[in-house]
Ligand binder design. Structure first.
Ligand SMILES: Cc1cc2nc3c(=O)[nH]c(=O)nc-3n(C[C@H](O)[C@H](O)[C@H](O)COP(=O)(O)OP(=O)(O)OC[C@H]3O[C@@H](n4cnc5c(N)ncnc54)[C@H](O)[C@@H]3O)c2cc1C
Length: 87
C-alpha cells in the first residue's frame, strides 16, 4: 500500500444540524417557504420519503408522516432531538 500512488480524489461536506437530524417543514414566518435540508449522511436514504412530504406540504396536503418534530422550530423551543449515533 505504501508504494501506491494517489491518483486523485474528491470530497463533500455533510450538511449538519445541531442535533444531527434533518430540517423538514414549512416556515412560519416566510410565506410558502418549504424546506428540507440538513440530512447529514442520510440524504439519499431519506430522499424518497422527504420528496413525498415536500410535495404534500407544497400542495397544502397533510403529509403521510408527521414531520412536525423535524421542523426548525424545535431549536427555538429548546426541544432538539439529539441523535446519539450520528453518521
Ligand atoms: C461523502 C458523502 C457520502 C454520503 N453518503 C451517503 C450515503 O451513503 N447514503 C445517504 O443516504 N446519504 C449519503 N450522503 C448524504 C447525501 O449525499 C446528502 O444528504 C444529500 O445529497 C443531500 O441532498 P440535498 O438535496 O438536501 O442537498 P445537496 O445534494 O447538497 O443539494 C443542494 C444543491 O443546492 C445547490 N445550491 C447551494 N446553494 C445554492 C444557491 N444559493 N443557489 C442555487 N443552488 C444552490 C448546490 O449546488 C446543490 O446542487 C453522503 C454525503 C457525503 C458528503
Amino acid at each position: 500500500m505504501l508504494d501506491l500512488r494517489r491518483t486523485g480524489g474528491w470530497a463533500g461536506p455533510y450538511e449538519n444540524t445541531p442535533d444531527h437530524h434533518a430540517l423538514i417543514g414549512e416556515a412560519a414566518s416566510v410565506s410558502r417557504f418549504v424546506y428540507a435540508t440538513g440530512f447529514r449522511g442520510h440524504g439519499f436514504l431519506q430522499a424518497p420519503a422527504a420528496g413525498e412530504v415536500i410535495r404534500d406540504l407544497h400542495r397544502g396536503r397533510t403529509p403521510f408522516v408527521d414531520v412536525g418534530p423535524l421542523g426548525v422550530g424545535r431549536f427555538a423551543a429548546g426541544a432538539p432531538r439529539p441523535e446519539p449515533n450520528p453518521v
